[in-house]
Design a protein around this ligand. Structure first.
Ligand SMILES: Nc1ncnc2c1ncn2[C@@H]1O[C@H](COP(=O)(O)OP(=O)(O)O)[C@@H](O)[C@H]1O
Ligand SMILES: [Mg+2]
Length: 605
């Protein structure tokens, strides 16, 4: 729900209500009459149904609002109108106040309260679609035509939501108010202003510059994308992530390329967690989008002109120059578009690590795009890697496809005076036998990026191989852990785990993966039709003993220093038995309390 001070009335019509007050008209969505359901889930209090009407071959996104009778809604509209009209103070707009009065009038039920809430403090008829985490964009290009949305899994779809000219004018105005702005015939548009929740809102008003009012909302994910989430939804493989991690750690500059909305910003955000925890990251953005778990984070955001003449603006270029003087180790820029690209390149050429992104349709056009931005290839010699992110499509039958994001290709680049060398290290094959691919381990270890890693970390090829393989294992562990305990994929947990990793690279081997929570298993898996598998009693007994032994060991876990470093000797699993592979390290200083997360894992292990 939105902050209550941002109150405006969504929809008013001169009501015929007997009280003579304004009548609030509630917009309510319902499913098309005949609708073949492909997928159904809940958002806010509404049902979201992806399906198809018999007359169309296209999928449609339909919102089914909670059921309520027209008569009740009519009464509610009259009452709400009266309450709003007579309200004098902020307290009169309190949720409790409305609840109390509805109860007095014998009109209270949670569904009616929901309609009031979404109208006064929510996004009105857009409440469900705004609450649906699978929605990336909402667009309305015309009155009396279906709203379109971009769905994470299905791409752009028409919806069952249609606004009349009047409704659309009011909605566009109301959303503008939520951004603390207004639109009028004098200023008939807004360009990418922020509405509560960090979403970006663009609109035109009435018929000044468009056929009717129009709007677009680019939604900002409620919780940030982390490397664990990208591993869980297979956007990136543990192998590719481990390699990029080593590159980030050894300050090899990386460029993320892709089209708009492909997930570039989210990928930079996730990759940032690979920077060593004691390093300082500086970021420059035109819209505050990054959400880094990093402790030492210097965040700069551009400023618009402060006068009509256009003076007082602070650009990405200015911010980058400031960052260069701020003793930062890494410089992340959300997207480079012009001369800022040169400054970023200079920064990474002078020993800073960094990640940025660029709009490019395919990997081949990256260098052409850079040249367009005024950076010839010779000037990007500090660039070491390019990650290309895009979509692949998965056949879900009946001629429909799901859209999946993948880091489709990862190249190392080596730019010398005599030309550039681009070497594809990881890629994604599509087609029936498709999947993630990479060069062989030996080829990877012979690459230029590996050479730079070895130089920076002072490692032999064998040790680098060990580092790489251990990181793959750790990332797989993070992924499996998140599959069993989804909350461990959130930013703060990821930060803790990676800090631990930098303190003890084998710590994770001592934390056994908990099994999935029973209710989640039930939710995910339809009843099995396979014959039940039974295990020999001795095996069951052996496993039970092992679990007991593991629990006892975990009870002895010692915690040292900051964060959740767990100092325990790594184990090798041999024939199902646990063996210690090296001596126990010297006794640590008195432990601070375990953090909630590790405590919980310990308890559940
Ligand atoms: N790996 C991913 N899997 C699923 N959704 C993603 C992923 N990465 C980004 N998204 C979603 O896609 C939308 C666009 O992401 P964003 O990172 O802003 O793209 P870009 O910077 O390329 O324009 C956002 O709504 C975001 O939540
Ligand atoms: Mg972006």
């Amino acid at each position: 729900m939105l902050p209550k001070k941002r109150l405006t009335r969504m929809s008013r019509t001169k009501g015929d209500s007997s009280s003579g007050f304004i009548q609030i008209k509630f917009k309510r969505w319902s499913l098309p009459e005949k609708f073949e359901i492909i997928e159904k889930y809940k958002a806010a209090m509404s049902d979201i149904v992806i399906g198809r009407e018999p007359t169309s071959s296209m999928l449609k996104y339909a919102v089914q609002d909670p059921p309520v009778s027209d008569a009740d809604l009519e009464k509610l509209g009259a009452l709400a109108g009266e309450l709003i009209y007579t309200a004098r103070t902020q307290q009169d707009f309190a949720r409790e106040k409305f609840e109390e009065i509805l109860k007095k009038k014998n009109l209270y039920n949670p569904i009616l309260m929901h309609y009031i809430e979404r109208e006064l403090w929510g996004y009105g008829p857009l409440t469900a679609v705004m609450a649906d985490p699978k929605i990336e964009n909402i667009e309305c290009n015309k009155a009396d035509a279906p709203l379109t949305i971009t769905h994470t899994d299905y791409g752009r779809l028409d919806t069952n939501m249609v606004f009349t000219t009047d409704e659309l004018d009011r909605l566009v105005m109301r959303l503008a108010h939520l951004a603390g702005k207004s639109v009028s015939v004098f200023k008939p548009y807004l360009d990418g202003v922020t509405i509560p929740g960090g979403h970006r809102y663009t609109c035109t008003y009435r018929t000044e510059i468009s056929a009717s009012s129009t709007f677009a909302i680019r939604k900002f994910p409620e919780k940030p994308w982390t490397i664990t989430k990208l591993l869980v939804n297979d956007t990136i493989t543990p192998e590719m992530a481990a390699w990029i991690w080593l590159m980030v750690e050894t300050r090899q500059a990386i460029l993320v390329a892709g089209v708009m909305g492909s997930g570039k910003t989210s990928l930079i955000n996730a990759l940032s967690s690979f920077t060593p925890p004691h390093m300082k990251i500086g970021t420059a953005e035109d819209v505050p989008e990054f959400r880094l778990p990093h402790t030492y984070w210097l965040r700069y955001v551009i400023r618009d002109p402060q006068t009509i003449e256009g003076t007082g603006a602070v650009s990405i270029f200015d911010l980058l120059k400031l960052l260069l003087r701020s003793n930062v180790d890494y410089i992340m820029v959300n997207e480079i578009r012009g001369e800022d690209a040169k400054v970023w390149m200079q920064a990474v050429a002078t020993g800073h690590g960094g990640i940025t992104s660029i709009h490019a349709e395919n990997p081949e056009t990256v260098f052409a795009r850079l040249e367009q931005l005024g950076i010839p290839v010779a000037h990007v010699s500090a660039l070491r890697g390019i990650a290309f992110i895009g979509f692949i499509f998965q056949d879900i039958g009946k001629g429909y496809f799901k859209r999946l994001r993948r880091v489709k290709e990862f190249f190392e680049v080596n730019i010398r005076e005599d030309g550039k060398e681009v070497n594809r290290l990881f890629w994604y094959d599509t087609g029936p036998n498709g999947g993630p691919r990479s060069l062989s381990l030996d080829e990877l270890l012979a690459s230029n990026s590996a050479k730079l890693m070895m130089e920076y970390l002072g490692l032999s090829p064998d040790r680098l191989k060990e580092e790489y393989l251990n990181r793959i294992d750790f990332l797989k562990w993070l992924k499996d852990l998140a599959l069993a305990r989804p909350e461990t994929a959130e930013m703060e947990s990821v930060k803790q785990f990676i800090s631990n990793f930098y303190l003890d690279k084998k710590f994770y081997k001592a934390v056994p993966l908990p099994s999935a929570r029973p209710q989640e298993v039930v939710k995910k898996e339809p009843p099995s039709i396979k014959p039940k598998i039974t295990l020999p009693a001795e095996l069951v007994q052996e496993v039970a003993e092992e679990v007991k032994a593991e629990a006892k060991k975990l009870a002895d876990v010692k915690v040292v220093g900051m964060g959740d470093l767990i100092l325990r000797p790594p184990r090798v699993l041999k024939k199902g038995k646990i063996k210690e592979s090296r001596a126990v390290p010297p006794p640590p200083p008195p432990p601070p309390p375990l953090s909630g997360l590790v405590e919980k894992l310990k308890g559940e292990g």
